[in-house]
Design a protein around this ligand. Structure first.
Ligand SMILES: NC(=O)C1=CN([C@@H]2O[C@H](COP(=O)(O)OP(=O)(O)OC[C@H]3O[C@@H](n4cnc5c(N)ncnc54)[C@H](OP(=O)(O)O)[C@@H]3O)[C@@H](O)[C@H]2O)C=CC1
Ligand SMILES: O=C1CO[C@H](CO)[C@@H](O)[C@@H]1O
Length: 297
């Protein structure tokens, strides 16, 4: 069996691994170690963002692996994101170049608008037009969205020259996003599931879909762990998963989530954990006209 996770084809022809490493709150030295470990374990997708403050260390880890001949640049898929302070069209390329400089990369595989709300009431359609130019000049292989709702996605699609490849959103068994996944599937946009473990912080306060005996039993049936069951469920829904960890054992555990299949009864049990309630609401943005989370999806 290959040591790598399966990949999916995006609407621009790029292939994107279905399991990646999240890095929010991975502190600088932790992030470098975690990315190094992750590449050794078989991860070929790394998710970061301008605002995570760890692009430099992540770039260092990736470039060391390239220099050592362990991977080639084209073997690894790097996503980073435009932060809300840089939505003004003339700032978009500058922000992307700054991320690339920190990452020490010539291009990113995917550049996302992190959140539809930008400082200064910029319309995300104008931001999108500047994002398209990044593809034209080769700074990003693909461009996409994060935290956009269905209406906002359609508004982009009705006005774009280059289609978004993904929408990266909160997605875990407690908030499974089935409606948004289906909406995006019909438009050939892939969902990337962030906080796929429901952010089990602190570890003793695990959500029921990781903690309940019934999930532990499902895990035992497959000689897997509840975390692997949770991630496998999201893969089954058609999402790409980007669990974050800075612990080598957990990084390895999270990766081995793709090599088994839940049966229909087990899938039904996981479906029933959906509460329809978000964990992550970006409350500071909620009065803005482009705030995405007033709609159901
Ligand atoms: N686009 C956006 O707006 C957002 C994007 N993201 C992206 O998605 C990624 C993942 O989401 P995130 O919010 O970090 O939440 P996750 O659901 O990935 O949970 C991360 C937490 O779970 C712990 N953890 C990881 N693996 C295990 C395991 N096997 N067993 C027990 N605990 C575990 C981690 O601790 P430890 O490190 O100690 O293992 C960390 O505290 C982010 O890191 C970021 O890259 C996240 C939120 C918003
Ligand atoms: O991507 C991110 C991780 O989640 C945070 C919210 O809890 C966001 O602020 C940040 O943009």
């Amino acid at each position: 069996m290959s040591n790598l996770a399966p990949s999916v084809q995006l609407n621009n022809g790029q292939r994107m691994p279905t399991v990646g490493l999240g890095t929010w709150q991975a502190l600088k030295d932790q992030a470098e170690r975690a990315v190094t470990d992750a590449i050794d374990i078989g991860y070929r997708l790394i998710d970061t963002a301008f605002v995570y403050g760890n692009e430099r260390e992540i770039g260092r880890a990736i470039n060391r692996k390239i220099a050592a001949g362990i991977i080639k640049r084209e073997d690894i898929f790097v996503t980073t994101k435009l932060d809300s302070r840089h939505h003004t069209p003339k700032l978009v390329e500058r922000a992307c170049r700054e991320s690339l400089l920190k990452l020490s990369l010539d291009y990113v595989d995917q550049y996302l608008i992190h959140f539809p709300v930008g400082e200064g009431f910029v319309d995300y359609l104008d931001t999108w037009k500047a994002m398209e130019k990044l593809v034209d000049v080769g700074l990003a292989k693909g461009i996409g969205l994060s935290n956009f709702n269905a209406k906002q996605i359609d508004r982009i699609l009705e006005n774009c020259r280059i289609r978004p490849v993904v929408n990266q959103v909160e997605c875990h068994p407690g908030f499974n996003q089935k409606k948004l996944i289906e909406f995006c599937r019909k438009r050939n946009i892939t969902i990337v599931a962030y906080s796929p473990l429901g952010r089990p912080i602190p570890a003793e306060k695990w959500p029921p879909f990781l903690n309940d005996k019934i999930v532990q039993d499902i895990a035992k049936n497959h000689s897997k762990t509840p975390v692997q069951v949770c991630l496998n469920y999201l893969l089954h829904l058609g999402a790409i998963v980007i669990p974050k960890s800075v612990n080598r054992d957990r990084i390895a555990e999270n990766f081995r989530c793709f090599d088994f299949q839940l049966n229909p009864d087990e899938l039904k049990i996981m479906d029933d954990y959906d509460t329809g309630e978000r964990l992550i609401t970006f409350p500071g943005m909620c009065n803005h006209k482009f705030y995405p989370f007033n709609d159901e999806y």
